[in-house]
Design a protein around this ligand. Structure first.
Ligand code: SGN
Ligand code: CA
Length: 500
């Protein structure tokens, strides 16, 4: 068990109040990052952060969707305590958020780009955020005065440009905390114009679980997030996209629309028509196109991270600035036949997280411990030398980053709520330990699942109720109950009454 109090006031020794930049993307899978061993894409700038600092291999989230992850980032609390359990709700701004603590301690703070909380939280001197999910082309931004301004260009470039503008005009006598919120790589995966066709010469390997039969896994069988049935040819893969009526394409300038149309309508859609695909050939074509669009969208994301790193180099800020790259959650790149996220299963539970902290984190540090996104806020406060408020549920992992021997959590708690739309994923809560995942699904149906990650890393064998797993199951249930109590998830406790 990790004791919270021991870390609360620890201040890093080598650097007082460094600047902090969090580049926070949307739905960017670790399977699509070369630093994580991906063969799918090259992400040299994310890799650079990892190589010059640390990479976290087991950074889990508490609730694998956008708004809830962002609410947890701001509060260091689980969804049931910060109140933001479902997407597209309004984040309650009458609750403490950690950037307020930074402000009190002399930091200037800003969030620019995608935020997706339905309200403008406290704690920021400057806000300029996308309304809701935002738009890829010529995006609107809402500023602190709630004025909406449309910026010409591609959202990833615009967000970076606005971030650099803010850095240029900041008060250089104070340390800063900046969140660069990138919309990429969210659905419907619109690449920037120079990246159209960037992966057309690549044929991606079909994931081993692509044709999963979901045997013994009812929630997995009953979801609505397959490439086969859920992914749309027109809206997602731009096959004969509606350039006339769609709000997406109506925003394009003629100069933007032409290359886009030439590529998707005159090339891709024509190729698609000529092939007359059905069955497996069709679903595999969709998979290939999905990855091509997704990774082309990520090209701009990585390039823009490079821009920011270059800016820090050129302006003598690199040494004194902590840079984090993370996504709000993981994502399926065809594993189990899926896109999207939500499940406690590995690809959506774990999110990429790399951090560079010159002089404090040794280059090429690898962290395998279970870190949770409730730990992000206390870690950032710890880096800034600011005490962590008592009500924060996470723990600073700065000691891990520094390579210090420290007691650390052996299990992480998870609770997902959003049902039935979109994607029809049953609500569930559960526990991820170093070797196992235990899940309780509820809502339409109540049942358990158990995965032995050592024997079955792809999680296709539900071991719950199987011979030989009785002792492990009993132990995990006991631990789950403890976590639920520790984190004060009363709803889960009620759901479990009499079931343990
Ligand atoms: C939209 C998407 C969904 C996605 C949610 C949440 N549909 O509703 O596929 O799961 O956002 O994403 S779309 O047709 O509008 O693209 S999240 O990143 O905000 O959690
Ligand atoms: Ca997201």
């Amino acid at each position: 068990m990790v004791t919270l109090t021991s870390r609360r006031n620890a201040v890093p020794t080598t650097m007082a109040r460094p600047n902090i930049i969090v580049i926070f993307s949307d739905d960017h899978a670790y399977q699509a990052i070369s630093a994580y061993g991906s063969k799918l894409a090259k992400t040299p700038n994310i890799d650079r952060i990892a190589n010059e600092g640390a990479i976290l291999y087991n950074n889990v989230v508490t609730n694998s969707i956008c708004g809830p992850s962002r609410a947890t980032l701001l509060t260091g609390k689980f969804s049931h305590l910060n109140g933001y359990k479902l997407n597209e709700k309004v984040f309650n701004v009458n609750q403490p958020v950690f950037p307020e603590e930074l402000q009190k301690n002399g930091y200037q703070t800003a969030w620019i780009g995608k935020m997706h909380l339905g309200s403008l939280p406290n704690g920021f001197d400057y806000l300029n955020v996308l309304p809701g999910q935002g738009q890829y082309y010529n995006p609107d931004f809402v500023n602190s005065k709630r004025d909406t301004v449309r910026y010409p260009g591609y959202v990833t470039n615009v967000t970076t440009k606005l971030s650099l503008d803010w850095l240029n005009q900041r008060d250089a006598s104070k340390p800063f905390f900046l969140v660069v919120g990138q919309k990429a790589t969210h659905r419907e995966w619109l690449p920037d114009l120079p990246d159209l066709g960037a992966y057309d010469n690549v044929t991606f390997p079909i994931p081993a679980t692509f044709y999963d039969d979901y045997n013994g896994r009812e929630a997995a069988r009953d979801q609505d997030m397959t490439i086969d049935k859920t992914m749309r040819l027109k809206e997602d893969l731009k096959v004969h996209a509606d350039y006339v009526n769609s709000g997406i394409y109506n925003r394009f300038s003629p100069e933007q629309k032409k290359p886009f149309y030439d590529y998707y309508e005159n090339k891709i859609s024509k190729e698609f028509d000529a092939k007359k695909l059905t069955g497996k050939a069709l679903v595999e074509w969709k998979y290939q196109r999905y990855l091509k669009d997704y990774l082309a969208t990520a090209n701009s994301l990585d390039r823009n991270i490079g821009e920011l790193l270059n800016y820090l180099d050129k302006n003598d800020l690199a040494k004194n600035t902590v840079v984090i790259y993370a996504s709000d959650q993981g994502f399926y790149m065809g594993e189990h036949g899926w896109f999207d996220k939500r499940f406690i299963y590995e690809e959506s539970l774990k999110t990429p997280f790399v951090i560079r902290y010159p002089g404090v984190i040794k280059p090429r540090t690898q962290i395998n411990q279970l870190v949770s996104n409730i730990d992000w806020a206390p870690t950032l406060l710890n880096i800034a030398g600011v005490p962590v408020p008592k009500e924060v549920q996470g723990v600073s992992f700065l000691p891990l980053l520094k390579g210090e021997k420290t007691p650390w959590r052996k299990e992480a708690y998870y609770h997902y709520y959003e049902y039935p739309v979109p994607h029809h994923v049953y609500p569930h809560f559960g526990l991820r330990t170093e070797q196992y995942t235990l899940v309780r699904f509820y809502g339409p149906k109540d049942f358990w699942e158990l995965y032995d990650l050592k024997k079955d890393p792809q999680q296709i064998h539900n071991r719950y109720g199987q011979k030989g797993y009785e002792a492990v199951t009993a132990d995990l249930k006991m631990k789950l109950r403890k976590q639920i109590e520790q984190y004060k998830d009363d709803e889960a406790l009620k759901l479990l009454a009499g079931k343990l």
